[in-house]
Design a protein around this ligand. Structure first.
Ligand SMILES: *Cc1c(COP(=O)(O)O)cnc(C)c1O
Length: 406
């Protein structure tokens, strides 16, 4: 992979017409280690957030030993970078053949369920393979309530009384039984974990046997751009969120059981930035070479404020407007689809024009993993960049939280 000091150097050297992902391996290692130091249990990186081999390999180098996986593709991706990393199969709804593959070929012994039919599938596979159920930890996924950019409790999780029933059924079948939850991605309310712990406590107190482990899932918020026009309160830092979570864990006396977390976004968001080119400026609209069907779908559905840095093309000699005036631009994606317009305008210098580049920061989570080949566009060019996005010159720009009509 070609290496550059920063995205500006890469853009001016390559003059790319296709989007270029700038990988920051040292940032990834630092953010993974920071999480592992703060969390008082096992850290299992959620592979779906960004399962690129370079990411998984770098995480293993940083000391990550466990991975949250959901499919045969993810089992294989983890095995390809580590012979002995532990995998936790935390998807509650699974094909029976995938359960068999997980247990038989990949040696997976940690699995999540939220329904009795999933217990039945698991029991069939364990019997067929003659595995001692006492060597398998099954997490019962419980429902949670609260606000996150992505709410998941409508889709997954057992209600409290049903969770007790599932736990007892698993216990009778000889499994070790844990409780897990996943509060959704990019939480917007730090109290959400406390409410989930209260539900977990309710279930534990009625199970009638000791809990083997508690898995608090993911959802830890990544830092995105700062919008000076926004009135919404910024999220507390990971340090503060983790201090509260630890206090809540002690208060509910979960500190006596082994703990697991499944962070994705908070570990990988800052590990990539993206260089995009302005294909056309039309008034206050910018048509760029990426969009919601490629790297920017998560920022669109999650309505994220992304930091952005203007990289002017020095070949443009004549510019109109005031370079110090930062104004909102509606950003349109590369495809022919009419919905391919970002949900938030980007605030950029008034002088930006056709042919310039923009470096969009903090796009490591749910960007590469969600790209499609729609319309024949599939960004897949990578460079390594040594200066972290946040340590370069201050980004002039951000995707604003304010809506606008342009
Ligand atoms: C997506 C997912 C995660 C990771 O969530 P983040 O918000 O990216 O930390 C963790 N656990 C489960 C079960 C998930 O589905």
């Amino acid at each position: 992979m070609q290496q550059f000091e920063n995205a500006r150097e890469a853009a001016l050297a390559l003059r790319p017409d296709e989007p270029v992902y700038c990988f920051h391996p040292e940032v990834l290692k630092a953010d993974a280690r920071r999480f592992m130091e703060l969390f008082p249990g096992k850290t299992a990186y959620a592979v779906k957030t960004n399962g690129e081999p370079m990411v998984l390999k770098t995480l293993v180098e940083a000391g990550v030993r466990a991975f949250d996986v959901a499919s045969p593709g993810e089992f294989a991706a983890v095995r390809a970078v580590s012979k002995d990393a532990e995998m936790l199969y935390m998807h509650p709804v699974k094909a029976q053949s995938d359960i068999r593959l997980a247990l038989e070929e990949y040696g997976i012994r940690v699995i999540a369920i939220d329904h009795e039919d999933e217990v039945a599938k698991l029991v069939r596979v364990v019997r067929a393979l003659d595995i001692d159920p006492g060597k398998v930890t099954v997490f019962v996924r419980i429902q949670t309530k609260g606000s996150a950019a992505y709410e998941l409790s409508k889709k997954f999780g057992a209600g409290p009384a049903y969770a007790v029933e599932l736990a007892q059924r698993l216990h009778r079948a000889g499994f070790k039984v844990g409780i897990c939850f996943h509060v959704g991605s990019q939480i917007e309310d730090p109290d959400i974990y406390e409410r989930a712990l209260a539900s977990a406590d309710w279930v534990r107190n009625r199970m009638g046997f000791p809990l083997a482990a508690l898995d608090v899932g993911g959802g830890f918020p990544a830092e995105y751009g700062h919008d000076p026009n926004s009135k919404s309160k910024p999220m507390p830092s990971l340090e503060e969120i983790m201090a509260r979570l630890k206090a809540d864990i002690e208060e509910w006396q979960f500190n006596r059981v082994p703990l697991v977390a499944e962070p994705g976004r908070v570990i990988v968001a800052r590990a990539f930035s993206l260089i995009v080119r302005v294909l056309l400026r039309k008034g206050r609209r910018l048509y760029i070479n990426d969009g919601i069907w490629a790297s920017l779908s998560d920022s669109w559905t999650g309505k994220l404020t992304l930091p952005a840095r203007f990289i002017p093309d020095p070949a443009i000699r004549q510019r109109n407007g005031d370079a110090n005036s930062i104004v909102p631009f509606r950003v349109c994606g590369a495809t022919c689809d009419s919905v391919d317009i970002l949900s938030r305008p980007f605030w950029l210098p008034e002088t930006i024009d056709t042919g310039d580049w923009i470096e969009i920061g903090h796009i490591g989570a749910y960007s590469l993993s969600l790209r499609t080949r729609f319309n024949g566009f599939y960004p897949d060019t990578f460079v390594e960049v040594t200066t972290p996005f946040d340590q370069g010159e201050a980004p002039q720009s951000f995707a604003s939280l304010e809506t606008m009509a342009v």
